[in-house]
Design a protein around this ligand. Sequence first.
Ligand SMILES: Cc1cc2nc3c(=O)[nH]c(=O)nc-3n(C[C@H](O)[C@H](O)[C@H](O)COP(=O)(O)OP(=O)(O)OC[C@H]3O[C@@H](n4cnc5c(N)ncnc54)[C@H](O)[C@@H]3O)c2cc1C
Length: 446
Amino acid sequence: MKHLYHPTALDPAIPVPSWWRETKTDVPSYPALEGDIETEVAIIGGGYTGLSAAYHLARDHGIRAIVLERAYPGWGGSGRNGGFCCMGSSKMPWSKMIAKFGLEEAQSFWRSQKDSVELVAEIAERENLDIDKTGTGEISLAHKPSLVEGLKEEAAFMARTFGAAEKFMSKEDLMAQGMNSPGLYAGVANPVGFGLNPWKYVTGLASATEKAGARIFANAEVIHWAREGAKHVLTTQRGRVRADKVLIATAGYTGEDLHPDYAGRILPALSSIVVTRPLTEAERQEQGWTSTIPVYDIRYLLHYFRLLPDGRMMFGGRGGLSAEPGKLRAQQDNIEAAFRAYYPAWRQVEITHRWSGLLCLAQDLVPHVGAWDDHPGIYFAMCYHGNGVAMGTWSGRAAARVMMGSQDDQRPNFIRRVPPKFPLPFLRPLYLRGAYIGYGIKDGLN
Ligand SMILES: Cc1cc2nc3c(=O)[nH]c(=O)nc-3n(C[C@H](O)[C@H](O)[C@H](O)COP(=O)(O)OP(=O)(O)OC[C@H]3O[C@@H](n4cnc5c(N)ncnc54)[C@H](O)[C@@H]3O)c2cc1C
């Protein structure tokens, strides 16, 4: 696979040392694809997006799609993320979105974000998935006193523009609700969202998808893609699928060589997580952090963190330009240092797990879900900007609807086109470096 990052980040033979894997080990294995198969729909990628598409195709449209996964379901971002099932998924500021696409479009996008969180909760309940749901809502936090006024204005703007029920919280409010840190000064609580165990969710979704009638193949990397008349022919190591329609659901793990015209359309970026041993009740009280609500600070290169059901603290952050093992370790050290700075009472607490993964950015900073006009029969769903637990699930369902020509299409117009190519795509690593330098400066100045 041709990719922008170091091969160790892409090698399914290297175990992913995430805490989540230890919470569920009785996971079914899926067969490799052997021989030739015909299908109406083939889906490339077995994360939330691909599985949700297959699940909804089977359940709502009676189509038994085939999911081709290079490693095993949940190997990508879906099995190793922070488990924030929350709104988000665009990096374009709301004011810019309104200016560029109009108020109605922005409102439609806001509603899709809210619906996406509800969709995950609905699926989990309907399929009886044990996903360790924790904390209601999501809180954004000011990490500098100078940012507090801006947060207040943001809450008022969201209420005025979208009817959002976001609520400003002073430092005292935060402390009263079990969120005490010397580095945090105020917050805005969004009632929409919750935490979940991403590995339990993705493996549960895979089981539900198979039960609904889809077929999932593991160790089935698409290594060649050809056209035979109107059919798409996807070749894996030991098999071939001939399909009328193909959904690309490969997110940050999309190979540059998957389809010649898809190269250069996405920018994978790293995110890393550290997890502590379970903190005792006394330790949590000493720090004054007892809330399980998912929270994040509002840095450009933000940190996201939450208390897990067994008392462990999970702390993650974006950044790092290389997935070469030494560099990844250094990036994880930075995340650990940020964690220790926020929680002085836990300075000595052991970190038991640390890992990293790739998320997916678009050049225009919004998600993309739709039919590819230039290539009949090809569909895409990706670019959630590090917020794909809810949005990947929603986009998979949206892609299923588009493939079936359903009238029930709730996508805002601006997410329907194929991700635009980056200008001079070979410069993407430089763009990311430039953005990180810029973000670092802005985070320092604010
Ligand atoms: C460390 C980290 C923390 C994150 N935290 C959060 C969070 O708290 N909340 C949130 O909402 N989002 C978070 N995200 C983002 C979230 O994980 C992703 O947006 C989401 O998982 C995307 O799902 P997906 O199904 O589109 O892609 P993925 O889950 O990445 O799956 C893509 C799959 O495609 C497969 N694939 C690639 N190429 C091929 C091929 N040629 N043939 C067959 N298969 C192929 C890969 O093996 C992979 O399994 C985080 C991401 C990371 C890395």
